[in-house]
Design a protein. Sequence first.
Length: 892
Amino acid sequence: MFFNHTHKQRIIQVILAVTLIVSLLATPLISGGAHLAHADAAGFILNRTHFGPNEQVIIEIGTLTSGCDTIARVSDIYIVAHGSLDLFETPNTITAIGGGGVASEVIGITAPSGTLGTGTYDIVEDVCQDGVFNAGDTILSPAFTVEITTDVPPLPYFQEIKDHAQAEADYWFDTFAYTQYRLMLLDAVQLYQALLDPTEGELWLIQEVFQIELGTPDPKEAVLQSLLDKTRYYLGIAADPPDPDFRQLAPLAAGDVIAPLSNDPIELALTAVGTESRTEAELARAFLASLERYQGAEQAGDGEWALIHARALKDYAVELQTQLGQTNTAVSTLETALIADTTDLSSTAADLATTHSRWRTTGFNADEIRTARNLGLSETDLNDMLAEIDGLNFADYSETDYLAVLANIRAENNTFNNSLNGFIADIDTLITTLKSDPLVVDRSPIANAGNSYSGTVGNAISFDATGSSNLAAVVAYAWDMDGDGNFDDATGATPSYTYATPYKGVVGVQVTNNGVYANIAYAQIEVSSGNQRPFITTATPAERFLQVETATSAPFTLTATDPDNDPLSIRWELDDTLLTTGSTLNYTPTTSDIGLHTMRGIVSETGAAGGGSETAVNWQIFVYAPDSDGDLWHDNVDCAINDPNVHPGMSEIVGNGIDDDCDPTTSDVPPIAAFSFAPAIPAVGETIQFSDLSSDSDGSIVAWAWNFGDAATSNTPNPSHSYSAAGTYPVALTITDNDGGQATVTQNVVVYELPTAVFTTDLAQNAAAIANGATVVDFSSTNGGGNTAVSAIDSNDLSLWLTANGQTSDQFIKVDLAGSESHLIEQFVIKGAATDRGLRDFEILVSSGGSNDADFVSVVSGTLPQDDAFHSFTISPVAARYVKLRAINNWG
């Protein structure tokens, strides 16, 4: 029922009878199951499961498996290390008594009178006595453990070794610090020169970004890491904590050679120190592991593993002595290179300090950023390089102190080498002591990789491990020929191996005896090329990092000689793609070549005996385009080469449709301004709530400016306002997004003056009744027959509007009120229905203008009781010509 107030007020009743239909969905249930599997294993009952020294292992009760036997059941019983199925030991052959049973069978004796040392063991029944574990055999796992403790002597000469390790760690950490500081300081000076004077320093920037773009390993980082690794392992030796997990060997795993990127003497010397440090660090790591595991065996009273690690300590000490001499040679070369270097790192220190302060506080200026971008660097690249040198005090570095640390290292290495002589002699005595202890079982073989080896590439080298020995026979030999820590390159006691490239380092052999116990040993090796490489006598241009503009020619030349007088050929490759052959090349890049490339000139022997060798020289080339529009931005980074007003240094103008700054990620899309207000038809003095509905597809709204059309303003997103006089007010909202883009929208707000009159009520009339001139202008659906949408306003309580079958939600009817004119409505009356198809949740909307959906505003919503009664809903008076009932759902 709608209450209509005109100058002669009447109560006008609208009665809507609506029936809705709803359907239900069913969800099937899913069920499943699982299956279990079971497994059985044969076994014996032993006299015990834990044994000490000189005790018998006895099968008290057991039953042999019937398999390959014809008369009596006979099986071979093996005792093997836990987890091993290799049947190497001599078995115990057992013949069963009646019914296949066995009783009181002695199958083993623990050390020292027997062969079973400390460890965990399995018992394997070889049913067919074929020496192979197969499907018919059975196993008891784990069967028993043996623990034989002995008084393991402490390591001799140990404190002196720890003291030297601490000194080595201190000196090598100082070397790391000075090396890092020098490299960072040099980078700082070069970065300064590059950005302030591009003609002097731009090629260094190309080199830096070249390593980033092509993923070239930075030898400086590899050198620093090798120095830190060595420091860490020497500190470990000085700390020497025991390792409780001592029942394992400590093989070597040598690192790769650190290759320099240039022929700079200091870089060559540093990479040599880094390479030797990698090898020394690996030897120190293996020495440390053996040291900690010896102490773990000492704490556990395990003489067998103490003996194994004592032998390893001796071997690694001998190898470490050799390596200390090689490291000293590399350190001496570095000292010579530093002394000969004429670079004055302090000459630009004052200017650099000032510039560095500016970079740190205000960043790079526009010219510096443009220089870097033209060279292929981003501002992020610049900031990353600045971060590497940030915090440096340029007065802290001293080349004299650096050289003093290197001299101290050589002196300490010599002293350490002498101390290792005493350590090795005492270790020999310790090994003899352990071997003479009756409780120490010596089951592991003694590996011997032979003497040092040498040879040439392409020719087989013979290796000999027959010097390996053990009380039990050695049954397997595995070789590590390439120093990768894996014994997978050759097998046998005397294998041969052919190297495809020169190699200098160690070869290792792992020997295994028939008790499945293993040990390892190493020998030095140097494999050289059987043919001398050709020598490049001249290579131009002399600079190895070049800038080449597109469509211009860059000439390259090579000349070479061969020590063996072999004929030579020269070829040229760009990024591993052949360009041409001959001693000269004119390289003319096109626009498709813009970017970073490697030009390589390769000299090859064409008639060398035993296969030719090659020598190459590399140039790193940065190809760039010219600056066609004169805006100081090269065409390789300028997105509009013919428009000087568009380049990476330009600010983006939002909304002009142009990528002004050559950055597609910068917004060029303005925001969209929108707002709503309620009530839709306010009265004078009534509070109006304004709500911002603006959006920004690529950002967010950060500022709002409202103008309410009566000189009032607001800067909040959702303000409220009221008007003191009737009229039409243009309300404008201007928004600003996070990119600086703006948009404005204006809507008219019509304010009504409230009428002043004496009203009476008349319940006899209905503004929505057909009899009073109301009409249905639109509806969602009907099921036909006599229950059409008109039935909702025909003043007949028994006449109902039925929606179409299946239309159980979101239905509607629109009514043009009596007289096709506007009325002031303050109450609605709706009739319910006591069925599941009756209206439940609803919403009533009104319009004072048109009947389109956008013209309506909501004035009341709720839930109608499930009964046949009339229900009224009162609202603040609102002007309306059209009423829309939205039937949300029914009671079904």
